[in-house]
Write a protein that binds this ligand. Structure first.
Ligand code: ATP
Ligand code: MG
Length: 153
C-alpha cells in the first residue's frame, strides 16, 4: 500500500527512544515531507527496526543515529547513519550475507538481520548498500525506484 514515510519513520524511531537513551545516543529523523512509498507497511517497519537495532547496537555512547529520507533522481533514498564502530572496507558487502558477522561484532546477534532486510527491500524493488560514514561510523543507504515511490499530491 501507499505508505507515508515521515509519520512511519517517526513512529519507529519513537519505539527506539528508550533503548537509545539507555545507550546515551541521540536519535533523529530528517524526512522530506510528502514522501511516500508503495510498500508493505509491516515489512517496511521491519526493515527500519533491523537497521536501527544495528545502528544502536554497534554505536558507542555519545553518538547520533539519524534517518534521512529524500527524493533523488532515481526515486526515494533512505539512509540510516550512525557514528559507531564502523565496518571494515572489505566487509561492507559481506554483511548482507546470511549469518555473516564482522569480527568487530562483539554484541550478541545471529547475523540474519541484514540478509532479511535485503530480501525485504528487493521484494519492494529497492536496493541497499553499506558505506563508511565520515568521519566515523556506517551509512546504510536504500533506494526505491520511482515505480514504488511518489510525492503525494
Ligand atoms: P541479528 O541482526 O540477526 O540480531 P547481527 O546484528 O549480528 O544479528 P546483521 O544485522 O545481519 O546481524 O549484521 C551483520 C553484521 O554486520 C553484524 O554482526 C555487524 O558485524 C555488522 N554491522 C551491521 N550493522 C552495523 C553497523 N551499523 N555498524 C557496524 N557494524 C554493523
Ligand atoms: Mg542486526
Amino acid at each position: 500500500e501507499q505508505v507515508e514515510l515521515e509519520p512511519l519513520v517517526q513512529q519507529v524511531i519513537n519505539s527506539f527512544r528508550q533503548v537509545a537513551s539507555e545507550h546515551k545516543l541521540d536519535l533523529k529523523a530528517e524526512i522530506e515531507t510528502d514522501l511516500s512509498l508503495m510498500v508493505d507497511h509491516n515489512a517496511f517497519k521491519q526493515i527500519l527496526c533491523n537497521l536501527l537495532d544495528n545502528a544502536i547496537k554497534y554505536s558507542q555512547p555519545g553518538g547520533t543515529v539519524a534517518v534521512h529520507g529524500r527524493m533523488v533522481s532515481g526515486g526515494v533514498e533512505l539512509v540510516v547513519a550512525d557514528q559507531g564502530i564502523g565496518i571494515p572496507e572489505e566487509a561492507l558487502q559481506l554483511i548482507f550475507d546470511k549469518f555473516y558477522r564482522a569480527e568487530s561484532g562483539i554484541q550478541a546477534g545471529t547475523g540474519l538481520g541484514l540478509s532479511i532486510t535485503k530480501q525485504l527491500i528487493h521484494l519492494h524493488g529497492g536496493r541497499i548498500r553499506a558505506e563508511k560514514n565520515v568521519p566515523v561510523g556506517t551509512r546504510i543507504v536504500m533506494t526505491f525506484p520511482k515505480k514504488f515511490s511518489s510525492e503525494s499530491p
